[in-house]
Write a new protein. Sequence first.
Length: 282
Amino acid sequence: MQTNVPTKKLNDGLDIPAIGLGTYSLNGYKGTESIKQGIEAGYRLIDSAFNYENEGAVGKAVRESSVPRDQLRVCSKLPGRHHAYDKALVTIEESLLRTGLDYFDLYIIHWPNPKVDKYVEAWQAMIEAQKRGYVRSIGVSNFLPEHLERIIAETGVAPVLNQVELHPYFEQTEQRAANDKHNIITESWSPLGRGRGEGVLEDAGVQEIADAHGKTPTQVILRWHTQLGAVPIPKAGSLEHQQENLNIFDFELTEEQMSTISAFSKDNKRLWDQDPAEYEEF
């Protein structure tokens, strides 16, 4: 793994970097080049999904990069509409075929899709996929505490991580505590806030913190994530932003500075509560 990016150990023993590269909307040949560029810049954790329709781009970038495969952690996700046991296994196989890789380091359930209520069945398929060698570690995304408790109770297997919406506007204190209870790593999607426009990155207090450390507001927010114990996966297509996002481990926020950023948190709703129709296809 890259020396200047710390690693975190999952509850099954696999190590992952403390920051990853989000690839949503990085598609086609252009996306491949951006992802490959990110790997060469230092990213070792690459996050994708069946629904992003870019597993091919991710796989090609991984295969063409100069970094040995065993030093990378490649992740994809099972969509909510494919939770039936047999369908889930075939979908994971299709994900592998799309990437052209022999295995995934991580494969996670994209969301519990509670209306359909087959996420336990999907989790059982994930356990089988791990036994078959399709994937090294298995996890979940957007699972609430009750969803975690149920799959653990019914299978005896805890996820290695739970990828959730987490940013200064949505601190997820209870969810992070539920993850910690089972030694589940919290991974942050949309770590800078989702479609917020002007806000935390333009805040004078955050800028003051950034100036004090000689960093950018973006770097300060990503460092806030890592000091919470979470693994942020910011999307970045340009080399400049990729390098900026990686360069966050040479300073530390004080407790007061952490509190300043956490103060942005509000009683926000999760994506599927706000836009259920938009999320059903996931």
